[in-house]
Design a protein around this ligand. Structure first.
Ligand code: FAD
Ligand code: 2HG
Ligand code: ZN
Length: 478
């Protein structure tokens, strides 16, 4: 599948020689210097769309080791591909050519947790689910959640400014991250690991790294604010007949529950069919409807439990919704979530998936899906689905096929991005630009913005050794 990127030229970086290999081996020890067959898994992304040809993975255990690695790479002009859990969906986490892979997997220590402030400080390689379990035991939650929680790492989450399933209640990571430590391209350690909630002393440099997709530095430590765990969590799975009804239901739920609304996720019938057929999960309600909503409410009082029943009954009576199941037992809540969280994996089981992650006004949220279906009618496509974080206006348009085809790509792109721009949306709501979307950056960023971004890149990484070929179109940056 690399053929999509054959027009890229390898930058004039050094090829690792025996001295370099000796240096890294000595610095990290044999166990944390990976070569041979094992490197394969680090070269390929989750979507199996991009596959690099790196020969080496470096797994530093400390910030000091990251600093030594980058100092050396900077001096010797060695390109570096930064990797966390490798669950990214835009080809940003794997090398394009032979960049050496710096994996944060061995930096997985929790440093501190303050019960008074709710601030967690940890290393970048901590797996999100481990952090969730850790803070849950203390009566707190992480301020975000994603289907990839079992594998993705907090450093990768910050680097992509991951959105996810709870953003509607807790906001974006830009608000929750209080501080971070990062190693710059030349090896200098930038310590912005503040745990303060308020600190207006000039520019907030931490924001440069949140969403920078590994192009400005390696995030090594994170300080993040964790909200109290809600005492009551209630999840409902709801069936609806049309998209208009979905919007009426959203409006009703917003009005009734406001701040207790922790998720409002939309799934179309194609997504539900895929998860039933390809994963073997069962839809808990009538599986012949056009749309499904996963609604989660969370609060510190039990009022939500009785009032959600009443509101759902009212919505049924008014024919806004046609079927629903609701529960507050952790196992029930978890089973409802399983369906939603398994949708991406279910589409991948068809063979190949084209993913579009766009922000749109609520009214236009679903319009593009039937439009794309029509455009692909005569091509060999297994499924065209729209699902996602409707509460935040974030649509995931997935087109599943048996294998990659240029014909299908050109039937969707740039059409989908032109359409998004016309609606004043964003061409990447939460997954980033990575390698797969560099060509389309211009649809969401003006020339002035791209120019300033390039100047920042040059300031942070003048030799452009960090995650080359990512975010910027190659002609723009070299
Ligand atoms: P990687 O994939 O390893 O890397 C992602 C990017 O960050 C790369 O550019 C990489 O170079 C850079 N990077 C990684 N670590 C560092 C670091 N320490 N310092 C600097 N740069 C670094 N995303 C969402 O936003 N919302 C979702 O709901 C969501 N759900 C998902 C569900 C599934 C099943 C899957 C497979 C993915 C999902 N994603 C989602 C995408 C992905 O999980 C997120 O982007 C996640 O934040 C990536 O974390 P990671 O550790 O796997 O990073
Ligand atoms: C989700 O919300 C993720 O499940 C993945 O962001 C979306 O795979 C996708 O298109
Ligand atoms: Zn998502």
């Amino acid at each position: 599948t690399k053929d999509r990127f054959t027009n890229l030229k390898r930058g004039s970086y050094a090829v690792l020689n025996a001295n370099d290999v000796d240096y890294f081996k000595k610095l990290l020890g044999d166990n944390n210097f990976i070569t041979g067959e094992e490197v394969k898994a680090y070269n390929e992304d989750w979507l199996k769309t991009v596959c690099g040809s790196s020969k080496y993975v470096l797994k530093p255990k400390t910030t000091e080791q990251v600093s030594e690695i980058l100092k050396y790479c900077y001096k010797h002009n060695i390109a570096v591909s930064i990797q966390g859990g490798n669950t990214g969906l835009v080809g940003g986490s794997v090398p394009v050519f032979d960049e050496v892979i710096l994996s944060t997997s061995a930096m997985n220590k929790i440093i501190s947790f303050n019960k008074l402030s709710g601030v967690l400080v940890c290393e970048a390689g901590c797996v999100l689910e481990n952090l969730m379990n850790y803070v849950q035991n203390k009566g707190f939650i992480m301020p975000f959640d994603l289907g990839a929680k079992g594998t993705c790492q907090i450093g990768g989450n910050l680097a992509t400014n991951a959105g996810g399933l709870r953003l509607i209640k807790y906001g974006s990571l830009q608000g929750s991250v209080l501080g971070l430590q990062a190693v710059l391209a030349d090896g200098q350690v930038l310590d912005c690991l503040s745990t303060l909630k308020k600190d207006n002393t000039g520019y907030h440099l931490k924001h440069m790294f949140i969403g920078s997709e590994g192009t400005l530095g390696v995030i090594t430590k994170v300080a993040i604010h964790c909200p109290n765990a809600p005492k009551f969590v209630n999840a409902a799975f709801i069936g609806l007949k049309s998209f208009d009804k979905v919007l009426s239901f959203f409006s009703l739920i917003r009005k009734e529950f406001g701040g207790s609304l922790s998720s409002f996720e939309l799934m179309d019938s194609v997504a539900i069919t895929s998860v039933q057929k390809n994963i073997g999960l069962k839809c808990p309600i009538d599986d012949n409807l056009e749309f499904y909503v996963l609604l989660e409410l969370s609060a510190d009082n039990n009022f939500i439990n009785t009032s959600i029943q009443e509101v759902l009954e009212q919505a049924l009576a008014e024919e806004i919704i046609v079927d629903a199941t609701v529960g507050d037992q952790p196992s029930v809540v978890q089973n409802i979530w399983k369906i939603r969280e398994n949708i991406p994996e279910s589409f991948l089981r068809y063979g190949y998936v084209y993913k579009y992650d766009i922000t749109l006004p609520h009214e236009l949220f679903y319009e593009i899906v039937p439009e794309i279906r029509k455009r692909l009618e005569i091509l060999d496509v297994k499924a065209v689905s729209g699902y996602g974080h409707l509460g935040d206006g974030n649509l995931h348009l997935n087109v599943a096929t048996n294998e990659h085809s240029d014909k299908i790509v050109s039937a969707i792109e740039p059409y989908v991005y032109e359409w998004t721009t016309k609606c004043k949306g964003s061409i990447s709501a939460e997954h980033g630009i990575g390698l797969l979307k560099t060509k389309y950056l211009k649809y969401s960023k003006s020339d002035i913005e791209v120019d300033l971004m390039k100047k920042l890149k040059n300031t942070f990484d003048p030799k452009k050794i960090l995650n080359p070929y990512k975010i910027f179109p190659q002609d723009d940056i070299n």
